[in-house]
Write a protein that binds this ligand. Structure first.
Ligand code: NAD
Length: 293
């Protein structure tokens, strides 16, 4: 069996189109332009690329984008003051502080400063609490993108066995909560899990969010399973050139799975699209407007 490829790029392009239509509707009918503020501290090249892409996509969807660049040596108090200013700015409906932050800044303290209604990354403890208790908060973008692709591919997920490999607060744990919400039987595997091969091998859905190149072997995959690979790892090939690979051994997994996301072109493009969607949702909720369908 050769798996069907879940095309995250096409899925994200479609989602962005729908978002642009919603933004147009909100502008024309409610005089509302959703605004996203992104705060970037320092000059980490990967973070600069992410922020540039977020800025471009936000504007392309017809929304307002506000970029706040701060020096590496900014103090925690200065950064918190900036977030507070954005909390109080009515033109800003979503706030994203690009992680990681320099070591002298307490990331949790900064994230907890963002008011939960504007926390479009869904990292605030109020939002993780709401997700865990079935409430209606902001949901982290990457896992939300994964669940959208899974539901699109499989329809009803109820009763399926799912494993999430990785237990980070930004991907693994919220991913497990979302699968649980869809009535999957969920296993969370991590670095101390015994016999990962067996756990993966009995799962209808495998979500890998580890950050270790091709850790999940293709031969472990249950025939016909759906595989979502969140990992983005840059490796150096024998010829000295670099390439991106996921956390799943794609070349072998693609021969066993029913469907699989590639890296690149799978989960990655969905994350930004969902960020835009979350910003529209946040704007509508803050203004007391029903979100356009
Ligand atoms: P993290 O480092 O915070 O967490 C990694 C998790 O993997 C940990 O919970 C750890 O227990 C688990 N782990 C480590 N080694 C393991 C092993 N040998 N066996 C089983 N589990 C193991 O990472 P993260 O922030 O969750 O990111 C994971 C990956 O996803 C990274 O490659 C990251 O670049 C990628 N990522 C992609 C997107 C996207 O938009 N596509 C977004 C976020 C993260």
């Amino acid at each position: 069996m050769t798996a069907s490829i879940i095309d995250g790029k096409a899925f994200a392009a479609n989602l962005k189109e729908q978002i642009a239509k919603k933004v147009k509707f909100l502008k024309e009918n409610h005089n509302l332009i959703p605004g996203l503020a992104v705060v970037l501290v320092g000059e980490d090249p990967a973070s600069q690329v992410y922020v540039r892409n977020k800025n471009k996509s936000t504007k392309a969807a017809g929304m307002n984008s506000y970029e706040h660049l701060m020096d590496d040596d900014v103090t925690e108090a200065e950064l918190i003051a900036k977030v507070t200013e954005l909390n109080n700015d009515p033109a800003v409906h979503g706030i994203l502080v690009q992680l990681p932050l320099p070591k002298h800044i307490n990331e949790a303290a900064v994230i907890e400063t963002i008011i939960p209604e504007k926390d479009v990354d869904g990292f605030h403890v109020i939002n993780s609490g709401l997700l865990a208790t079935g409430g209606n908060g902001m949901v982290p973008c990457t896992p939300l993108g994964c669940i959208m692709m899974l539901k699109d591919k499989l329809g009803n997920l109820s009763g399926l066995d799912a494993v999430v490999v990785g237990r980070s607060n930004i991907v693994g744990k919220p991913m497990a909560q979302l699968l649980l919400k869809e009535s999957c039987t969920v296993t969370i595997a991590h670095s101390r899990t015994k016999n990962l091969a067996e756990v993966v091998g009995r799962s209808d859905i495998v979500v890998a969010a580890v950050g270790v190149p091709e850790l999940v072997k293709g031969s472990w995959i249950k025939p016909g399973a759906t595989v979502i690979d969140v990992g983005i790892n840059r490796i150096t090939k024998e010829d000295g050139k670099t390439k991106l690979v996921g956390d799943v051994e794609f070349a072998v997994a693609v021969e066993r799975a029913g469907a699989i996301t590639p890296v690149p072109g799978g989960v990655g493009p969905m994350t930004i699209a969902v960020l835009l969607q979350n910003t529209v949702t946040a704007a509508c909720r803050q203004m007391g407007i029903d979100e356009p369908a």
